[in-house]
Write a protein that binds this ligand. Structure first.
Ligand code: NAG
Ligand code: NAG
Ligand code: NAG
Ligand code: NAG
Ligand code: NAG
Length: 482
């Protein structure tokens, strides 16, 4: 898959992309400075009508480590397996559930009901588990209906926990709602080009001595932003778990000499420098309208459509049997990054574990046919275990002509929100837009191939028969002679 070599000659296109790159923080910081972290779930002028929460899973182990990368010994350092939640991640997810419950206490009922709450998760273990833990924290069984302690055997658990369904989508690679992996050659080509931008190549050049050193340790090439970003991702996780490279004592094989020169300080400094590469990766990889459409479009439009349907439910004529109040989506940092960049509200920071976007639908009290969207970003999640309350930041979507309620409480009219996300609707025909040859053409080309093979075989068969015949003929001629 190392096709980046092919792209290195597309320099001219890269320059164009580089110049088109826009800053994502336009006017945003200013507004965020004004907004305190206080939430106005409902207030004097608007009523909260619906909430959709998109969160990244909790702290995890590395997705993959292999020798000679330090701490590759899975049984010793990552016994829960690769890409799985850690204890930290589990405890924090549960705490986030409790704090979300507290944050929306005025809005959510205590009783869990499948009629009211819908939870969907990416099909990966860590996302499903995170969704379970958040639900356990947010919906303890403290209504008589929810308590299922009807026997002494169920008693201990039934006091603390109740089951809640979690919808997933399998196979994971087909899930365009909560993952960004569905094959799309067209988008991948653009992504490769964006990642190989002039700015990124300058970054690689600037840190060449450090990368050379890492290459000697890892016995691997570090030529692309993604490769270096992966090194950072793993080193970061190792540091979170107290596993410093320089302290590593390998079970077998040899540790690189380089590591003996490192100290905790120098290693942390290296990690900080490598972080730039992961930020650069996220900055580049969604910086294109088609990629946004393909990678963020479906979730964004699902959110918009649900808000739209809530509005029609509120209108008298509707007779929906379900009265959803809350939608939860358990997903990955890549999906949150794609959403943030598509809405043009990314803060140029990596999305932390359990980073959470809260999309709220508000109804005006004065004019009940007016609806507004507010977007909150919970990104200070490192200290969730000690936190007493959530302090999300309000994100004001650039381009939306917001209205002001109460003290500087800005809201984006629903219709404007829908209008702003319109250009990013997911492609109608995935295969066509992504440049995947349809099954029909594939079938035709396979058939043509088979036909050629068949014809060739028939030709040789015929030749064979003719040869055998001529042999028999000449032999019978010989026999006759004899
Ligand atoms: C459920 O627990 C919360 C917090 O402990 C409490 O405020 C609420 O009244 C309880 N509800 C019921 C129905 O017990
Ligand atoms: C279940 O728990 C409730 C409240 O904790 C209690 O009143 C009830 O007796 C319990 N039922 C059983 C069968 O233990
Ligand atoms: C490890 O280092 C020792 C001495 O430097 C050397 O003899 C040995 O072959 C090395 N083993 C591996 C697996 O590289
Ligand atoms: C969280 O996001 C806000 C708003 O974008 C930003 O001001 C703040 O620095 C971020 N905090 C962290 C820890 O990234
Ligand atoms: C209420 O809002 C709707 C939609 O924006 C508008 O058409 C209508 O005129 C408004 N009514 C009042 C009384 O302002």
């Amino acid at each position: 898959m190392d096709s980046w070599n092919i792209w290195s000659f597309l320099t001219i296109i890269l320059i164009i992309f580089d110049n088109n790159r826009q800053s994502f923080s336009i006017g945003n910081n200013e507004v965020q400075g004004l907004s305190s972290s206080k939430s106005w779930t409902s207030n004097d002028q608007t009523i909260l009508r619906h909430v959709q929460i998109v969160f990244r899973h909790g702290d995890r182990t590395p997705v993959w480590v292999e020798p000679p990368e330090p701490y590759y010994e899975k049984h010793k350092y990552w016994p829960q397996g690769f890409g799985q939640l850690t204890k930290q991640g589990k405890a924090k997810a549960y705490r986030l559930g409790q704090l979300l419950r507290k944050y929306y206490s005025d809005y959510l009922g205590w009783r869990f009901s499948v009629q009211e709450v819908f939870i969907r998760s990416s099909a990966l273990d860590r996302c499903i588990e995170t969704a379970q833990l958040i639900m356990a924290g947010a919906y303890p069984p403290n209504s008589s209906l929810a308590r299922w302690n009807i026997s002494s055997t169920s008693e201990p658990l039934a006091k603390l926990w109740q089951p809640t369904p979690i919808e997933t989508f399998i196979p994971a690679d087909e899930d365009t709602l909560l993952r960004i992996n569905k094959p799309c050659p067209e988008a991948d080509e653009i992504k490769e080009r964006l990642l190989d931008s002039r700015r990124n190549r300058r970054l690689l050049q600037r840190y060449r001595p450090l990368l050379d050193q890492l290459e000697r340790i890892l016995s691997d090439h570090l030529h692309t932003i993604e490769q270096v970003s992966n090194v950072h991702e793993n080193m970061n996780i190792m540091h979170e778990n107290g596993y410093y490279w320089y302290k590593w004592e390998p079970e077998s094989g040899n540790r690189s000499e380089e590591l003996s020169k490192w100290t905790q300080e120098s290693e942390e400094e290296i990690r900080r420098q490598l972080r730039l590469f992961e930020v650069a990766k996220y900055r580049s990889m969604f910086d294109d309208d088609f990629i946004k459409q393909v990678r963020a479009g479906e979730l964004l439009h699902r959110i918009g459509d649900i808000f739209k349907s809530r509005r029609s439910v509120m209108e008298p004529a509707s007779d929906s049997d379900r009265d959803y109040r809350l939608h939860l989506y358990s997903t990955h940092d890549t999906k949150l990054a794609a959403l943030l960049q598509t809405l043009n509200v990314w803060n140029q920071e990596l999305v932390p574990y359990l980073g959470t976007l809260m999309f709220e639908l508000h109804q005006s009290r004065e004019n009940s046919s007016q609806y507004y969207v507010q977007l909150w970003y919970l990104n200070e999640t490192a200290d969730l275990l000690e936190a007493q309350e959530l302090r999300p930041h309000r994100l004001d979507i650039p381009g939306c002509d917001q209205e002001e309620f109460d003290e500087q409480n800005l809201m984006c009219p629903l219709d404007e929100f829908l209008f702003l996300i319109q250009p990013f609707s997911p492609p109608q025909d995935w295969k066509h837009s992504c440049g995947i040859h349809s099954e029909l053409t594939a079938m035709i080309s396979v058939n043509i191939l088979l036909l050629i093979v068949n014809l060739t075989m028939m030709f040789f068969l015929l030749m064979g028969i003719m040869y055998v015949c001529s042999c028999i003929n000449s032999r019978s001629g010989y026999e006759r002679l004899r």
